[in-house]
Design a protein around this ligand. Structure first.
Ligand SMILES: NC(=O)c1ccc[n+]([C@@H]2O[C@H](COP(=O)([O-])OP(=O)(O)OC[C@H]3O[C@@H](n4cnc5c(N)ncnc54)[C@H](O)[C@@H]3O)[C@@H](O)[C@H]2O)c1
Length: 337
């Protein structure tokens, strides 16, 4: 039996991971440690609240005293906690440095003191920078870091710190860098849930620039099973890229969602581009497949249909999130061309 501390467990991927882990490892204990920022939402975990193997502590990973207390008796830390939205990092980088860089360092120190058996850090493919639209190149574990947004730079810094704690102090770390995720409990300001919920509300869907920004999309449950494989079979000190070998331009994703919902292409609205917008990301996931035997369970179209259904069936969940703060952010962010 293991005792896991999940930081950022009230967010999109963290809450999916908690569900996944409790289903697949019912004897393990989980402490969810989360600051509950705008994207942290305990409603994501309503159904596990009364599970005796689950508990929640509200706290900041940058709060040394509180995080040390939360780490008592923990053997495995999985660090999902982060400021996670590129667009918000362009509007205001400071919270990204405080949580993603300083917070990770404070957490690493506390994990060292607590002598945890594993510190797994969740990262992103955005640390590698952008690929050319017309190239076949993909990111691998040895691609040099070249972050181009404040978000990506802060995540890159956190990855470097995690590796440094392995080499300098022998902290037993692993890192996974994943493609874009989608699925249930995804905060409705990110592309896929934004498109689905706007269409369900009969609103336009904003598309940046020419819409030809290419991303790789992994269903969140497959990300969870990838992390599980790294925890179970991954080699300490190593990094694993998690992806699905597909990539699509944003506009095609939106067109697919429009089709699934039987709506009209007239809902597409091109808006002013994101500054420094990375053209393409793509992951070569050969290492995790070959060395750890991981493979994704869902293909993209099947998972997109499941996701659309989930948002149709959980309107209460997302309607509450589209409140005044959300609207204020939305107006600042999307400028019609
Ligand atoms: N969403 C993606 O497509 C994607 C892809 C690859 C990697 N990632 C990484 O996965 C992780 C989770 O991303 P997400 O999409 O679930 O993000 P999210 O914004 O939905 O969740 C982040 C969670 O962290 C919490 N948090 C923020 N600052 C904190 C702090 N200082 N202390 C404690 N908790 C704090 C928030 O309250 C929230 O619950 C992040 O590290 C992100 O960089 C995300």
């Amino acid at each position: 039996m293991s005792k896991l501390l999940i930081t950022g467990g009230a967010g999109f991927i963290g809450s999916n991971f908690i569900h996944y882990w409790l289903n697949n490892h019912p004897d393990d204990q989980i402490v969810n440690y989360d600051k509950l920022t705008y994207s942290g939402n305990l409603e994501n975990l309503k159904d596990v609240e009364s599970n005796k193997n689950y508990s929640f502590t509200r706290g900041d990973i940058a709060d040394a005293k509180k995080i040390s207390k939360a780490l008592e008796g923990i053997d495995t830390v999985i660090n999902f906690a982060a400021e996670s939205h590129v667009d918000r990092s362009i509007l205001d980088p400071a919270p990204f440095i405080l949580t993603n860089v300083v917070g990770t360092q404070v957490l690493l120190d506390a994990a060292r003191d607590a002598k945890v058996k594993r510190f797994h850090h969740i990262s992103t493919d955005e640390v590698f920078g952008a690929l050319q639209l017309d190239s076949k190149e993909k990111f691998t574990e040895t691609t040099p870091y070249n972050p181009r947004s404040p978000y990506a730079a802060s995540k890159a810094a956190s990855d470097h710190l995690v590796r440094a704690y392995f080499h300098t102090y022998g902290l037993p770390v692993t890192i996974s860098n994943c493609a874009n995720n989608f699925g249930p409990y995804h905060y409705p300001e990110k592309l896929i849930p934004l498109a689905i919920t706007n269409i369900l509300e009969g609103k336009k869907v904003p598309v940046y620039g020419d819409g030809l920004y290419v991303r790789e999309w992994l269903y969140v449950e497959d990300h969870c099973s990838g992390i599980e494989k790294v925890l179970e079979k991954g080699k300490v000190g190593e990094t694993y890229l998690i992806g699905i070998d597909m990539d699509l331009p944003n506009i095609e994703i939106i067109t697919k969602i429009i089709k699934l919902l039987g709506a009209s292409d007239d809902l597409i609205e091109y808006v002013k581009d994101r500054p420094g917008h990375d053209r393409r990301y793509a992951i070569d996931a050969a290492k995790i497949k070959k060395e750890l035997g991981w493979k994704p369970r869902y293909d993209f179209d099947e998972a997109l249909a499941l996701t659309v259904k989930w948002y149709q069936n959980h309107q209460d969940w997302w309607q509450k999130l589209k409140n005044k703060n959300y609207e204020d952010y939305y107006k600042k962010q999307y400028i019609i061309r």
